[in-house]
Write a protein that binds this ligand. Structure first.
Ligand SMILES: Cc1cc2nc3c(=O)[nH]c(=O)nc-3n(C[C@H](O)[C@H](O)[C@H](O)COP(=O)(O)O)c2cc1C
Length: 188
Protein backbone atom coordinates (compact mmCIF):
# COMPACT_ATOMS: atom_id res chain seq x y z
CA UNK A 1 0.00 0.00 0.00
CA UNK A 2 1.34 3.39 -0.91
CA UNK A 3 -0.86 5.26 1.61
CA UNK A 4 0.26 4.57 5.20
CA UNK A 5 -2.74 6.17 6.94
CA UNK A 6 -4.91 3.36 8.37
CA UNK A 7 -8.41 2.98 6.96
CA UNK A 8 -10.85 3.63 9.81
CA UNK A 9 -13.88 1.35 9.52
CA UNK A 10 -17.15 1.78 11.40
CA UNK A 11 -18.89 -1.59 11.69
CA UNK A 12 -22.70 -1.69 12.00
CA UNK A 13 -24.73 -4.77 12.87
CA UNK A 14 -28.42 -4.88 12.02
CA UNK A 15 -29.13 -7.23 14.92
CA UNK A 16 -29.32 -6.17 18.55
CA UNK A 17 -29.43 -9.62 20.12
CA UNK A 18 -26.51 -10.63 22.30
CA UNK A 19 -25.76 -13.88 20.45
CA UNK A 20 -26.24 -12.31 17.02
CA UNK A 21 -24.42 -14.13 14.22
CA UNK A 22 -24.16 -10.83 12.37
CA UNK A 23 -22.45 -9.05 15.24
CA UNK A 24 -20.26 -12.14 15.60
CA UNK A 25 -19.35 -11.74 11.92
CA UNK A 26 -18.12 -8.22 12.70
CA UNK A 27 -16.00 -9.59 15.55
CA UNK A 28 -14.54 -12.08 13.05
CA UNK A 29 -13.82 -9.16 10.73
CA UNK A 30 -11.91 -7.43 13.53
CA UNK A 31 -9.75 -10.55 13.88
CA UNK A 32 -9.24 -10.81 10.12
CA UNK A 33 -8.58 -7.13 9.37
CA UNK A 34 -5.62 -6.69 7.06
CA UNK A 35 -2.70 -4.37 7.82
CA UNK A 36 -3.71 -0.75 7.36
CA UNK A 37 -7.25 -1.16 8.70
CA UNK A 38 -8.83 -0.47 12.11
CA UNK A 39 -12.42 -1.68 12.74
CA UNK A 40 -14.70 -0.42 15.51
CA UNK A 41 -18.18 -1.87 16.16
CA UNK A 42 -20.80 0.84 16.77
CA UNK A 43 -23.85 -0.15 18.82
CA UNK A 44 -27.11 0.85 17.13
CA UNK A 45 -29.29 -0.03 20.16
CA UNK A 46 -29.54 3.52 21.61
CA UNK A 47 -30.98 5.00 18.40
CA UNK A 48 -34.66 5.94 18.71
CA UNK A 49 -37.18 5.13 16.02
CA UNK A 50 -36.96 7.61 13.17
CA UNK A 51 -39.35 10.53 13.50
CA UNK A 52 -39.07 13.48 11.15
CA UNK A 53 -40.63 15.82 13.73
CA UNK A 54 -37.75 14.95 16.06
CA UNK A 55 -35.23 15.58 13.29
CA UNK A 56 -36.73 18.99 12.55
CA UNK A 57 -36.54 19.89 16.25
CA UNK A 58 -32.85 18.90 16.27
CA UNK A 59 -31.11 15.53 16.22
CA UNK A 60 -31.06 13.83 19.64
CA UNK A 61 -27.47 13.53 20.99
CA UNK A 62 -27.33 9.76 20.31
CA UNK A 63 -28.29 10.37 16.69
CA UNK A 64 -25.82 13.21 16.29
CA UNK A 65 -23.10 11.00 17.79
CA UNK A 66 -23.96 8.28 15.27
CA UNK A 67 -23.86 10.68 12.34
CA UNK A 68 -20.53 12.08 13.57
CA UNK A 69 -19.07 8.59 13.91
CA UNK A 70 -19.95 7.85 10.29
CA UNK A 71 -18.51 11.18 9.16
CA UNK A 72 -15.26 10.47 11.04
CA UNK A 73 -14.81 7.05 9.45
CA UNK A 74 -13.26 6.22 6.09
CA UNK A 75 -15.48 3.22 5.45
CA UNK A 76 -18.50 1.34 6.76
CA UNK A 77 -18.78 -2.41 7.24
CA UNK A 78 -22.39 -3.56 7.40
CA UNK A 79 -23.49 -6.88 8.87
CA UNK A 80 -26.99 -7.25 7.53
CA UNK A 81 -29.38 -9.87 8.89
CA UNK A 82 -32.26 -10.91 6.66
CA UNK A 83 -35.68 -10.18 8.10
CA UNK A 84 -38.56 -11.20 5.88
CA UNK A 85 -36.40 -11.15 2.76
CA UNK A 86 -34.93 -7.71 3.42
CA UNK A 87 -32.88 -5.47 5.68
CA UNK A 88 -33.74 -5.52 9.41
CA UNK A 89 -35.67 -2.60 10.85
CA UNK A 90 -32.75 -1.84 13.17
CA UNK A 91 -30.38 -1.31 10.27
CA UNK A 92 -32.86 0.56 8.09
CA UNK A 93 -33.76 2.86 10.98
CA UNK A 94 -30.10 3.70 11.56
CA UNK A 95 -29.55 4.35 7.87
CA UNK A 96 -32.63 6.60 7.78
CA UNK A 97 -31.27 8.75 10.65
CA UNK A 98 -27.97 9.16 8.82
CA UNK A 99 -29.52 9.80 5.43
CA UNK A 100 -30.82 13.35 5.86
CA UNK A 101 -29.15 16.40 4.37
CA UNK A 102 -27.40 18.74 5.09
CA UNK A 103 -24.03 17.17 5.92
CA UNK A 104 -25.23 13.69 5.00
CA UNK A 105 -22.45 11.56 6.47
CA UNK A 106 -22.75 8.59 4.08
CA UNK A 107 -22.07 10.76 1.04
CA UNK A 108 -19.09 9.36 -0.89
CA UNK A 109 -18.22 6.76 1.77
CA UNK A 110 -16.89 3.37 0.90
CA UNK A 111 -18.63 0.29 2.31
CA UNK A 112 -18.68 -3.47 2.39
CA UNK A 113 -21.41 -5.90 3.40
CA UNK A 114 -21.44 -9.23 5.18
CA UNK A 115 -24.47 -11.13 6.39
CA UNK A 116 -25.37 -14.25 8.34
CA UNK A 117 -28.74 -15.97 8.47
CA UNK A 118 -30.40 -19.18 9.47
CA UNK A 119 -31.49 -19.79 5.89
CA UNK A 120 -29.46 -21.36 3.11
CA UNK A 121 -29.19 -18.12 1.11
CA UNK A 122 -27.25 -16.36 3.84
CA UNK A 123 -28.90 -12.92 3.53
CA UNK A 124 -28.50 -12.68 -0.25
CA UNK A 125 -31.90 -11.00 -0.53
CA UNK A 126 -31.31 -8.47 2.24
CA UNK A 127 -27.86 -7.65 0.86
CA UNK A 128 -29.35 -6.97 -2.57
CA UNK A 129 -31.76 -4.51 -0.96
CA UNK A 130 -29.02 -2.92 1.14
CA UNK A 131 -26.91 -2.29 -1.98
CA UNK A 132 -29.91 -0.59 -3.56
CA UNK A 133 -30.53 1.58 -0.48
CA UNK A 134 -26.87 2.59 -0.30
CA UNK A 135 -26.76 3.49 -4.00
CA UNK A 136 -29.25 6.27 -3.25
CA UNK A 137 -26.94 7.64 -0.56
CA UNK A 138 -23.90 7.74 -2.87
CA UNK A 139 -22.11 5.00 -0.93
CA UNK A 140 -19.54 3.07 -2.95
CA UNK A 141 -20.05 -0.59 -2.05
CA UNK A 142 -17.33 -3.14 -2.74
CA UNK A 143 -18.73 -5.45 -5.43
CA UNK A 144 -17.02 -8.71 -4.61
CA UNK A 145 -16.76 -11.09 -2.89
CA UNK A 146 -20.30 -11.50 -1.60
CA UNK A 147 -20.15 -12.81 1.96
CA UNK A 148 -23.27 -14.90 2.52
CA UNK A 149 -23.02 -16.93 5.72
CA UNK A 150 -25.99 -19.30 5.39
CA UNK A 151 -27.04 -21.95 7.92
CA UNK A 152 -25.24 -19.76 10.43
CA UNK A 153 -25.78 -21.98 13.47
CA UNK A 154 -23.37 -24.47 11.89
CA UNK A 155 -20.68 -21.89 11.15
CA UNK A 156 -20.11 -20.33 14.58
CA UNK A 157 -19.10 -22.09 17.78
CA UNK A 158 -20.84 -21.74 21.15
CA UNK A 159 -18.75 -18.64 21.92
CA UNK A 160 -19.80 -16.90 18.72
CA UNK A 161 -16.51 -17.47 16.93
CA UNK A 162 -16.78 -17.90 13.18
CA UNK A 163 -15.29 -21.33 12.60
CA UNK A 164 -16.18 -21.84 8.93
CA UNK A 165 -12.94 -21.41 7.00
CA UNK A 166 -14.48 -20.47 3.61
CA UNK A 167 -16.50 -17.72 5.33
CA UNK A 168 -13.37 -16.45 7.07
CA UNK A 169 -11.49 -16.42 3.76
CA UNK A 170 -14.29 -14.46 2.06
CA UNK A 171 -14.35 -11.89 4.87
CA UNK A 172 -10.58 -11.49 4.68
CA UNK A 173 -10.72 -10.91 0.93
CA UNK A 174 -13.64 -8.51 1.29
CA UNK A 175 -11.71 -6.44 3.85
CA UNK A 176 -8.65 -6.28 1.61
CA UNK A 177 -10.85 -5.06 -1.23
CA UNK A 178 -12.52 -2.55 1.10
CA UNK A 179 -9.16 -1.19 2.21
CA UNK A 180 -7.93 -0.88 -1.36
CA UNK A 181 -11.09 0.89 -2.53
CA UNK A 182 -11.04 3.26 0.47
CA UNK A 183 -7.44 4.22 -0.27
CA UNK A 184 -8.19 4.72 -3.97
CA UNK A 185 -11.20 6.94 -3.25
CA UNK A 186 -9.69 8.73 -0.26
CA UNK A 187 -10.28 12.49 -0.50
CA UNK A 188 -7.03 14.30 -1.35
C1 LIG B 1 -38.37 -11.15 12.11
C2 LIG B 1 -37.46 -12.20 11.50
C3 LIG B 1 -37.51 -12.43 10.14
C4 LIG B 1 -36.64 -13.35 9.56
N1 LIG B 1 -36.66 -13.51 8.20
C5 LIG B 1 -35.70 -14.27 7.60
C6 LIG B 1 -35.56 -14.31 6.20
O1 LIG B 1 -36.31 -13.69 5.46
N2 LIG B 1 -34.57 -15.05 5.67
C7 LIG B 1 -33.68 -15.76 6.45
O2 LIG B 1 -32.77 -16.40 5.92
N3 LIG B 1 -33.79 -15.75 7.81
C8 LIG B 1 -34.77 -15.01 8.40
N4 LIG B 1 -34.87 -14.95 9.77
C9 LIG B 1 -33.95 -15.78 10.57
C10 LIG B 1 -32.65 -15.03 10.80
O3 LIG B 1 -31.80 -15.28 9.70
C11 LIG B 1 -31.99 -15.50 12.08
O4 LIG B 1 -32.83 -15.23 13.17
C12 LIG B 1 -30.65 -14.85 12.28
O5 LIG B 1 -29.99 -15.50 13.34
C13 LIG B 1 -30.79 -13.35 12.55
O6 LIG B 1 -29.53 -12.73 12.64
P1 LIG B 1 -28.75 -12.55 14.03
O7 LIG B 1 -28.22 -13.91 14.43
O8 LIG B 1 -27.63 -11.63 13.70
O9 LIG B 1 -29.69 -11.99 15.04
C14 LIG B 1 -35.74 -14.07 10.36
C15 LIG B 1 -35.72 -13.82 11.74
C16 LIG B 1 -36.57 -12.91 12.31
C17 LIG B 1 -36.48 -12.64 13.80
Amino acid sequence: MSDPTPVKVLALSGSLRKASFNTASLRAAMELAPPGMAIEIYDLAPLPMYNDDVRLAGYPPVVQAFRSAIAASDAILFASPEYNYSVSGVLKNAIDWASRVPNMPFDNKVAAIVGASGGALGTARSQRDLRWILSGLNVHVVNLPHVYIGNAAQKFDANGKLTDQPSRDFIKQLLENLRDLAVRLRPR
